[in-house]
Design a protein around this ligand. Structure first.
Ligand code: PLP
Ligand code: TYF
Length: 398
């Protein structure tokens, strides 16, 4: 049966982690994968999560099936977090939400559904984007192309080019937009520029698909929904893939959501029935635990406050590491100005390190980064930031 099977390529990011695990050097550092680690280099189990899990285990609940779309309380909590407690589109029943297997699951369910709905449409991701965007949407059957986004000269977004690209797309093109903390560049656009993106999507009848995997890692969970809420206020229809992997540190529990904003309640019921069909024929219904924990935290005033505090601490630690790295590069005598690292947002920085630099960092120092020069700042800590700065200083100086 399998004699002619070829070896598939590794995921460019998860493959790095495999190589990192095999490295025997004690001083090794994995700046590849986008996972938050605390100052001890450990993935934290949030205190709010621990409390909610304890209560849940003690309740000794049966393990029945969930509805196809997931738990109603979870989906309502997601809607409140994305659109606000008093959002008109939630009250009017225009938005439907599905509990999915992480943000990736939301992208795939949304992609499968849109592909059925608009089989002729192409799908556009930013240049560059998260590697798995292309893979997931091609796997859903889409032809995936890119829109201009990043400007290596400024290490920021090239907004005029982005806007011109969106304005040139044919009607019903699907446009995947990073709502905050752009992965891989760390370069976000401003709120007024988001206003122009909304307008370009509306004018051209595009299908916006927002991806928010780092809500709370730029300015805060509420502030980071600015782009989502501008689309909500526009009256347009759009999709949102959201994830609790990072902001609840629940990576392996696979907790995400797909929200679809429709024209009205009656339309929402029809779309709901179709997306349920996509899910039923794929994995039937989502798992219970992670979503129940998130719901318990978000719906308890004390645990929610605790979550916001723990999230703020993660956000602040990354920011501190950004500053620390820039300071240490300067102290190591690096002439190039790396201060852009403190301007970029979220977990990542597009450093401008070349594939040769990245290779030398791995070979000579056991420091792993993505070939594109993307590093994950959340993997830096008070013990390894010196070492990383010195390694970067060495490879860029000769
Ligand atoms: N979208 C982007 C841009 C991401 O970086 C990630 C990261 O993992 C995801 C989606 C998916 O997240 P999840 O782990 O919840 O599937
Ligand atoms: O970009 C990252 O590093 C994270 C984690 O197939 C990740 O989003 C990377 C690759 C992948 C799944 C998750």
């Amino acid at each position: 049966i399998f004699a002619n099977v070829e070896m598939a390529p590794r995921d460019p990011i998860l493959g790095l982690t495999e190589a990192f695990k095999d490295d025997t050097r004690a001083e090794k550092v994995n700046l590849g994968v986008g996972v938050y680690q605390d100052d001890n280099g450990k993935i934290p189990l949030l205190e709010c999560v621990k409390a909610a899990e304890k209560a849940r285990v003690e309740a000794g609940l049966p393990r029945g099936y969930q509805p196809i779309e997931g738990a109603a309380a979870y989906n309502a909590a997601v809607q409140n977090l994305l659109f606000g407690d008093d959002a008109e589109l939630v009250k009017s029943g225009r938005v439907i939400t599905f509990e999915t297997l992480g943000g990736t699951g939301a992208l795939k369910v949304g992609g499968d559904y849109l592909r059925r709905l608009y089989p002729e449409a192409k799908l556009y991701i930013s240049d560059p984007s998260w590697e798995n965007h292309r893979a997931v949407f091609e796997n859903a059957g889409f032809t995936v192309e890119t829109y201009a986004y990043y400007d290596p000269a400024t290490r920021g977004a090239n907004f005029p080019a982005m806007k011109a690209a969106l304005e040139a797309l044919p009607a019903h093109s699907v446009v995947v937009l990073h709502a905050c903390c752009h992965n891989p560049t760390g370069a976000d656009i401003s709120e007024s520029q988001w206003g122009e993106v909304v307008e370009a999507c509306r004018k051209n009848d595009l299908i916006p698909f927002l991806d928010i995997a780092y809500q709370g890692f730029a300015d805060g969970p509420e502030q980071d929904t600015a782009a989502v809420r501008m689309f909500a206020d526009s009256g347009m229809q759009f999709l949102v893939a959201s994830s609790f992997s990072k902001n609840f540190s629940l990576y392996g529990e696979r907790v995400g959501a797909l929200s679809i904003v429709t024209e009205n309640k009656e339309e929402a019921a029809r779309v709901l029935s179709q997306v349920k069909r996509v899910i039923r024929t794929n994995y039937s219904n989502p798992p219970t635990h992670g979503g129940a924990v998130v719901t318990a935290v978000l719906n308890s005033p004390e645990l929610r406050k605790q979550w916001e505090g723990e999230l703020a601490a993660m956000r602040q630690r990354i920011l501190d590491m950004r500053h620390s790295l820039v300071d240490k590069l300067k102290a190591a005598g690096v002439e190039q100005d790396f201060s852009f690292i403190t301007e970029q947002r979220g977990m990542f920085s597009y450093t401008g390190l070349t594939p040769e630099h990245v290779e030398r960092m791995r070979d000579e120092f056991g420091i792993y980064a993505v070939k594109s020069g993307r590093i994950c700042l959340a993997a830096l800590n008070s013990r390894n930031v010196d070492y990383v700065a010195k390694a970067i200083a060495t490879v860029v100086s000769k």
